[in-house]
Design a protein around this ligand. Structure first.
Ligand code: 5RP
Length: 225
C-alpha cells in the first residue's frame, strides 16, 4: 500500500537509515513513537536476514513491537547499549524535547546509557530554537507543588489528559505528566538543571547534549546532522 502523508514516508526513511548504523552483535536501545517504530521494524527485517542484535526497550510499546517483529530483548542490567535509536518532538542545535508518548524518563535512561545516541525525526521536527512544551513526569502527590515550581520558572503547566479514559495520562512508571509551556527556551541546559532540582519530578523531556547524530527524513531521502 502506498503511504498517504509525506510525513509517514519521512519517518520511515529516518528510522530505516538509523537502523542501518546498527552492527552485528550490537545491543540497541529501542525508542518509543512512530519514527522509532520504523527503526524497530527495519531491525526486525535485518534480524530475519541474520543480524545478531539485542534490544533494550524504552517502553511497553517498544517492547511489544520488538517482540512482534522478532528483535530479541535484553535489559540495562545485563548489557550497555552500543547504540540507541529514538525519536523526538522537536530538535534545535542537537538538543531535544521528547515525551510526546510519555516515555521520556525511561528513554533518557536508555539513550544516555548508550555509547551512541541516534535521533530519528521527520522534516517537521528541526526548529531554530526549542519552544515545544516540555513534558514533566511527576509523582502524583507532588503535582501541585511541581506546578507551582514550574510557574516560578516561567512555565505554564497542563496536566496531560488521557484519551478514552477519565483522568490523566499515567506513564509506564505509574505517574502523571505535566506539559509545561516555557515559550522559547533560551538556555535548555539551565532549564533542564532547574527541572531536575524540583522535588517530586521523576523525569523531564529536555534532552541536552545527549544526541550524537540526528537523521532527518525528507521527501527525497535522509539528512544526517
Ligand atoms: C515518546 C517520544 C517520541 O520519541 C516522540 O514523541 C516522537 O514521536 P514520533 O516519532 O511518533 O513523532 O519522545 O515519549
Amino acid at each position: 500500500m502506498e503511504e498517504s502523508g509525506g510525513t509517514e514516508a519521512q519517518k520511515r526513511r529516518a528510522g530505516e537509515s538509523a537502523a542501518g548504523v546498527v552492527d552485528d552483535g550490537d545491543v540497541v536501545g529501542l525508542g518509543t513513537g512512530s519514527t522509532a517504530a520504523a527503526a524497530i521494524r527495519e531491525l526486525g527485517r535485518r534480524v530475519e536476514s541474520g543480524l545478531d542484535v539485542r534490544g533494550v526497550p524504552t517502553s511497553h510499546g517498544a517492547r511489544r513491537l520488538a517482540r512482534e517483529v522478532g528483535v530479541p530483548l535484553t535489559t540495562l542490567e545485563a548489557a550497555t547499549p552500543d547504540v540507541a535509536v529514538d525519536g523526538a518532538d522537536q530538535v534545535a542545535d542537537g538538543d531535544l524535547v521528547k515525551g510526546g508518548g510519555a516515555a521520556h524518563t525511561r528513554e533518557k535512561v536508555v539513550d544516555a546509557a548508550a555509547d551512541r545516541f541516534v535521533v530519528v525525526v521527520d522534516a517537521g521536527k528541526p526548529a531554530p530554537a526549542l519552544d515545544h512544551p516540555v513534558p514533566v513526569e511527576a509523582l502524583a502527590d507532588a503535582v501541585p507543588a511541581v506546578e507551582r515550581r514550574v510557574e516560578t520558572l516561567g512555565g505554564a503547566p497542563t496536566l496531560r489528559a488521557a484519551e478514552r479514559k477519565d483522568g490523566p495520562v499515567i506513564t509506564d512508571n505509574g505517574n502523571p505528566v505535566l506539559d509545561c509551556d516555557f515559550g522559547v527556551v533560551d538556555d535548555p541546559r539551565a532549564l533542564a538543571a532547574a527541572l531536575d532540582g524540583i522535588p517530586g519530578v521523576v523525569g523531564h523531556g529536555l534532552f541536552v547534549g545527549l544526541a550524537d547524530e540526528v537523521h532527518v527524513g525528507t521527501d527525497d531521502g535522509v539528512e544526517v546532522r
